[in-house]
Design a protein around this ligand. Structure first.
Ligand SMILES: Cc1cc2nc3c(=O)[nH]c(=O)nc-3n(C[C@H](O)[C@H](O)[C@H](O)COP(=O)(O)O)c2cc1C
Length: 208
């Protein structure tokens, strides 16, 4: 079983990475493989609403220009997903929301039933608003959300600050234990308890 941890910060080894590393180490202690995927510093354009992904097996038709489809493929291969983001103006940073918009718009059905979690890093404020925003992707994708003893956040401007955030790191380890437990439950149920039925979507536009 493997968990993909996505570092949505432009800082490859920054605060978000430090939080994700704490989760990964604890997952490893629980016998779960991990990969930390850094989305990089190159621009990631937003969704162009062309709906090309609907005819491209859920992959973005512009995805060869950046890391979007590479990340989408890794997400499909993983048993569990954890998205990490720094807090920018009380929300996730632009790069990670561009990436997730383009992965989830057409690719959601390929992610159904995968346990997922979000982790955020803030200097001071906006952590829970950022956390809420990231969970929105999973909430409408039939993905069980894994939680911890607190909203998943750490505080710091530097990795050293984060390492001093004892409660934040404990929250990360608890998240990892909970993720490992759920993955093992799901694995144990394979062939015994079928996946939930998915009805064909009946889209209605707000009032009709
Ligand atoms: C453009 C920008 C906006 C930011 N906005 C906030 C904010 O609203 N609240 C906050 O606490 N920190 C804010 N920060 C600080 C970072 O969220 C914080 O230092 C984070 O831990 C950095 O994580 P990283 O090292 O993984 O990039 C901002 C940083 C940048 C560059």
């Amino acid at each position: 079983m493997k968990v993909l941890l996505i570092n949505g910060s432009p800082n490859e080894k920054g605060c978000t990475f430090t939080a994700l590393s704490e989760v990964a180490t604890q997952l490893n202690k629980n016998g779960i493989e991990t990969t930390i995927f850094h989305i990089g510093k190159k621009p990631i354009g937003g969704c162009l609403a062309c709906c090309g992904c609907y005819k491209n097996n859920g992959f973005c038709v512009h995805g060869d220009k950046d890391v979007v489809n590479e990340c989408a493929k890794l997400m499909r291969e993983a048993d569990g997903i954890i998205v990490g983001s720094p807090v920018y103006y009380a929300g996730p940073n632009g790069q990670i929301t561009s990436l997730l918009d383009r992965i989830f718009f057409g690719g959601s059905p390929y992610l159904y039933n995968k346990p997922a979690a979000a982790v955020v890093s803030a200097r001071r404020g906006g952590a829970s608003a950022t956390y809420d925003r990231l969970l929105k992707y999973f909430m409408k994708t039939n993905m069980p959300i894994v939680t911890s003893q607190y909203w998943n956040s750490v505080h710091g401007m530097t990795p050293d600050d984060v390492r001093k955030d004892i409660e934040g790191l404990q929250t990360m380890r608890t998240l990892a234990n909970n993720m490992a437990w759920l993955l093992k439950c799901i694995d144990h149920a394979k062939g015994v308890i079928p996946l939930p039925e998915v009805e064909p979507l009946t889209p209605t536009n707000f009032i009709h």
